[in-house]
Each structure stands twice: as C-alpha cells, then as structure tokens.
Write a protein that binds this ligand. Structure first.
Ligand code: NI
Length: 163
C-alpha cells in the first residue's frame, strides 16, 4: 500500500494531455494500485493519473464508497453520451471549491481494465458524471473550466487560485 502526492490547481502538469498506455507493465500496475490507495486515503470517488503526476491515460473510480465498486479504466474512449445532468462537483486537485457542472447522464465508455482486457462500461447519473470528470483530467481539463456561470463566486475564487 502506497499513496502518492496529489497535485493541485496551478500545477502545470494538470493541464497537459496524457499519453495512452501501450501495454501492461509492473510499473503501470503499481500506478493503478497506488492510485486506488491515494483515492481511498483522500476519501475521493475518482482519480486520474495526472493528479499524481503521471501523464498516462489511467483513471480509477469508486462511486460506491470505500472499496465497494472499484473501477479502473485505461485508455478510456467515449462511445456514446446523451442526456444531461447538472450537479455539484469537487475534485481532489481543487480543495475547498465545488460548483455545478453540466454532464451527460448516460454514457458508454470503452477502455481496458487492470489486466489490459477490453471492457465497455455503461453508466448513468453519478457514475456517468465521475467518468466524464476523470476523463477530462486526461486532456488537462478541470471541472472548474466547465462550471456554470451561476456559480460565479466559486469561479472567481478559482480564477484567483490561478485558472
Ligand atoms: Ni478531479
């Protein structure tokens, strides 16, 4: 069990695009294990590799709470997104800020699992939102970029913090 430091807003690495994983290696497996440990330790429901300083297309999610429904997705790609939900979001890389973001409420995402086998995940509501939020991180996008205008106080605070 090992946790890694979580990068926070203002860190330039969070704004970079992550590279695809070409094959499973002990190093990537260790990264995934550490990402789960780091996420659970921080009481988060999702984490993307760039948040721990690694520019690889790897995300972990557990919207069921601690170790109830762990999902690891490598090289995730959106196959379908539809509908809309506007809900409050937060991020382990943006402490003390939350705000409303519009996301699709139904998505189908393809990628690879921890064993590098192809998987397809169909998700609604909270899981759909978590998938979109974490996938954004792989392209250097933070939820505060997508925050809707009526949450302006939070947006201004985010701007002050260097967005
Ligand atoms: Ni996040």
């Amino acid at each position: 069990m090992a946790t890694r430091n979580i990068r926070t807003l203002g860190d330039e690495l969070l704004r970079k695009k992550s590279r695809e994983v070409e094959e499973m290696t002990p190093r990537i497996k260790e990264l995934i294990d550490d990402m789960f440990d780091t996420m659970y330790e921080a009481d988060g429901v999702g984490l993307a590799a760039p948040q721990v300083g690694v520019l690889r297309r790897v995300i972990v999610i557990d919207v069921g709470g601690k170790k109830k429904a762990p999902i690891c997705l490598i090289n995730p790609v959106i196959e379908l997104q539809e509908g809309s939900q506007i809900t409050s979001e937060g991020c382990l890389s943006v402490p003390e800020i939350s705000g409303k973001v519009e996301r699709p409420d139904h998505v189908i995402v393809k990628g690879r699992d921890r064993n590098f086998k192809e998987i397809t995940i169909e998700a609604k509501d909270l899981l759909a939102k978590a998938l979109m939020h974490e996938m954004d991180h792989l392209d250097g996008i933070m939820f505060v970029d997508r925050m809707i205008e009526e949450d302006k106080p939070e947006k201004e605070e985010a701007d002050k913090k260097g967005l």
